[in-house]
Ligand binder design. Structure first.
Ligand code: AKG
Ligand code: FE2
Length: 290
């Protein structure tokens, strides 16, 4: 996912091998966590209206009303540059605090932890914590009326899976994140706190966007971005890489080719359409080339 430096053939092969083992390792961690981890705030695992900012509920009402259009939606959002980067209130303060407390409780536990990606050494893969089914899938589904208007050509109306994780930045841990694009059609990035200075998100050369606590940024996954170093404190964000199988099945966003699919666990990389409803998909697919 990084746009980073040159890789030798040997390094690429080692990385391919490492990535092939990730899904099975993740399934194993998930099994241990669901058996042994005792959540501190079990309520945060199930999305409730009371978690959502009143302004979010208003935007949702607008987007699901007859005649909702892009122009109308934009009047509720903060827009940054012409890159279709938007900020909107998502969560209440109370929910951010409870979720953060849950994530820290998990972090301090002796449970096995899968890190979000090669660029984050801290933070948590939320599928392994068991947050997909009742928290993140419903959140993605409730965002769909918005993303349908904002990103129609990226499958905004049919975002049907996701990869969600929390990132953490602190002095003496990760401070920043280098420039990259996400393995996602559309990304939601919500600031959960805590207190911090600096650490803006940047897009391209000139566009810096501040993280505002409780608010989410929506951007195209393919938009190059990174995070500037924090100067003090601790920054936690919820990142949801949302995928549309209908779009990526035509063209893998990572290798820019027609995907060659291999079976995977869980949502995989979001290629095959997952079954509708409560059920978790048995096998969906990852692109072997990407
Ligand atoms: O640190 C952030 O806010 C951005 C994180 C990010 O872009 C990512 O994890 O893909
Ligand atoms: Fe990103």
């Amino acid at each position: 996912m990084s746009t980073g430096a040159a890789w030798s053939q040997g390094m690429i092969e080692a990385e391919v091998q490492r990535r092939k083992q990730l899904p099975q390792q993740s399934v194993e961690r998930r099994a241990i966590i669901s058996k042994c981890y005792k959540p501190k705030h079990p309520e945060v695992y199930t999305l409730q209206d009371s978690f959502l900012a009143p302004e979010f509920l208003e935007i949702e009402r607008f987007c699901t009303s007859p005649g909702a259009d892009l122009q109308g939606l934009l009047s509720y959002l903060e827009s940054f540059s012409d890159k279709r980067i938007y900020r909107l209130p998502v969560f209440t303060e109370q929910f951010c605090q409870a979720l953060l407390d849950e994530l820290e409780n998990f972090e301090h536990s002796d449970m096995p932890k899968g890190r979000p990606n090669t660029m984050n050494n801290y933070g948590v893969l939320l599928s392994e914590l068991g947050m997909d089914e009742r928290l993140l899938t419903p959140l993605r589904e409730r965002l769909r009326p918005l993303t349908a208007l904002l990103y129609p050509e990226l499958g905004g109306a049919c975002l049907d899976s996701h990869r969600a994780f929390a990132v953490k930045y602190a002095l003496h841990q990760d401070l920043d994140l280098s420039s990259h694009y996400d393995n996602a059609e559309v990304t939601l990035n919500v600031s959960l706190g805590k207190e911090f200075t600096e650490g803006n998100l940047y897009f391209g050369e000139f566009n810096e966007v501040e993280h505002v606590w409780g608010r989410g940024l929506l951007h195209r996954g393919g938009q190059i971005h990174g995070a500037l170093p924090i100067a003090s404190g601790e920054r936690w964000n919820l990142i949801v890489w949302m995928r549309a199988s209908a779009v990526r099945n035509r063209l893998c966003p990572m290798c820019r080719r027609k995907p060659e699919l291999v079976p995977a666990e869980g949502f995989g990389d979001g290629f095959t359409e997952p079954p509708q409803g409560e059920e978790q998909p048995e096998t969906v697919s990852v692109c072997a080339l990407g």
